[in-house]
Write a protein that binds this ligand. Sequence first.
Ligand code: ARG
Length: 722
Amino acid sequence: MKKSACLIASALIVASTTISRADEGMWLPILIEKNMATMTDMGIQLTADDIYNINNACLKDAIIALDGGSCTASFVSSEGLIMTNHHCGYSEIQSHSTVENDLLTNGFFAKSKSEELANPNKSAWLLVRVEDVTSDILGAIPEGVGENRRDEIVDSVATILEKKATDSTNYDARVQAMFYGNNYYLFVYEIFKDVRLVGAPPESVGKYGAETDNWMWPRHTGDFSMFRVYCAPDGSPAEYSEDNVPYKPKHFLPISLDGYKENDFAMVMGYPGSTDRYISSWETNNVMQNENSVREQVRGIRQQVMKEFMSGDAKIRLQYASKYASSSNYWKYSIGQNKGLKRLHVIDKKKDIEKDFAEWVSQDDARKSKYGNALKMIEDAISQNGDYERASNYISEALLRGCESILFAIRNNATLASYAEKGLTVDKSKLEASMSKFFKDFNIDVDRQATKAMFKVYMDNVDRKLWPEVVASQVAKNGIDKYVDDMFAKSIFCSEERLGAFLQKPNLKTLAKDPILVVANNIYGLYSDISTKMFDNEQNLYTGMRLFVAGLMEMNPDKLYSPDANSTMRLTYGKIGGYVPADAVVYDYKTTLDGVMEKADSTVREFNVPAKLKEIYAQKDYGRYGNPDSTMNVCFITNNDITGGNSGSPVINGKGELIGLAFDGNWEAMSGDIAYETELQRTIAVDIRYVLLMIDKFAGAQNIIDELTLVSSDKISESVSE
Ligand code: ARG
């Protein structure tokens, strides 16, 4: 529990329920020393140096940002083997799948390294070191400069620091702001680009419960997949090559066979993407009205279109599986977040904080001159941008994300134009590869129908002043259906054949009158105009927030604040334990295979348990992965503070061993990215012993089991199987 002197925490604390101590905070590993006393108290047996140290191997060396932070993974062998979630490997598993060889449905485990599957766009980022560069950056900013100028100075100093950190190395470096630019840190990475798929269970395990159970507890999903990081023979990062060798990590995680009990210490290290814990009451309202509600409405409509086509056609189902899942994921999240924000009275709690802050500021002249304008700046910026914000979210959700061909045209316009103009200055094979990748998972009937629905929802909800002109005039002339039908009948951007013909004989004239490109340019232009109009207010909002957060910290000098997530490595610690989601309802901290079988329904795709798993269950054939009472754990929950980007993160016990993989948050606390709810917020993880059961007993992938280091309290049973 945080100190009661702390304003934010005290405003949020509600009656204590199942867990005695909960810990908000996504801490920077470089500063973890400050939390060590509490963590030791709670049961960790490691030192700060075991967690982060740039001279010796430590936990941070086992943690990987996939693709720069879209998900997290961790090393589990000395041969570069990594574990992450099934949903983090989903698009790769899908991309290797065809109707005839469907890895999503059947699962896949490479029997040897030569069977591992390459993934051209997957990368594994390893953190080399972190430096606090706050004084370098702030020291270069003169008193009283405007936000624009400040940005320029920050960028130029950051570029120098990044260059210095990477010169004559193969590193990548980036400076990132914390606390709205009150602090800056430099992160140095090594980026590995040859990451091969090693294994994944069938979707009926890895995504068990699918959309119905997504963001929910109790959960029964075996959400894991495995990859291997390869490097050049000298250990340096390299693009895919047959000559590459498995990367040897400085540290990999031993896997615990011991399990856990309620209240055991647990921590998660990974790359949380973004939180907004400090935003104001006004911004919270804006998120609810102009962001979440828009997303809920627009995605709901498009998903209906996808679903209808997917249910009638096996090929379309595979093509759209990943697109549907990713759309649905934050659609459901947005619905849950609005519900949670309302139920937990988050706006009122934020207002209380703002009131206390204003009161504290008014007590002192120095505070008044420093922080006196902060809240007003924030309030004005939000209210003045409201309509633009709404339109901009409708454009992004409906007209860009919602219309595949339009987005494809925007992304490839420049390359195609330069190809048509200058001939083969662009790499034609690269161009063709990106085209065939798009068309592999594209169906023109789905996109045509979705585009009609997207134009309609836009025009029904956004003020006429903010319609793309082309759409407005064409729809007035022909109606939505005819306009869109004509567009799809002619454009090169929705037909692999037409685009192929264009590539044979490229010319600018065809591009200039392509109906999808014409509307795409119009939409994109409007989107940019609106962003320009919002720019000044956004700058003011950022300045206001920087002052507000600095003031809050000054007001509560004894509280340890953790910066919002921003896809940099963080550590969160807490305990294993259940919660009380509603009056008279108590949730346990773990689920078992019994629950998988209770939910099983062979007539519903989401809950169709594989026969092999039923067999294992019937025979209670759990080997050393089961409990002494012949039950088999599947998932468990902790009060660790995670968010999107943490998916796949290792859940680590007090000894630094892997006990699970984090993969979700719980429905009752979807407001958590804006306000952490001590009593409610939980991390949902798959038990590592369930992962092992799947690899070993289900898939029979002995080669993988042999590679892992399995430990139990009385013996190290490395590479020994039953
Ligand atoms: N909610 C989880 C996350 O954001 C899982 C998402 C994938 N699963 C799904 N059913 N769409 O990481």
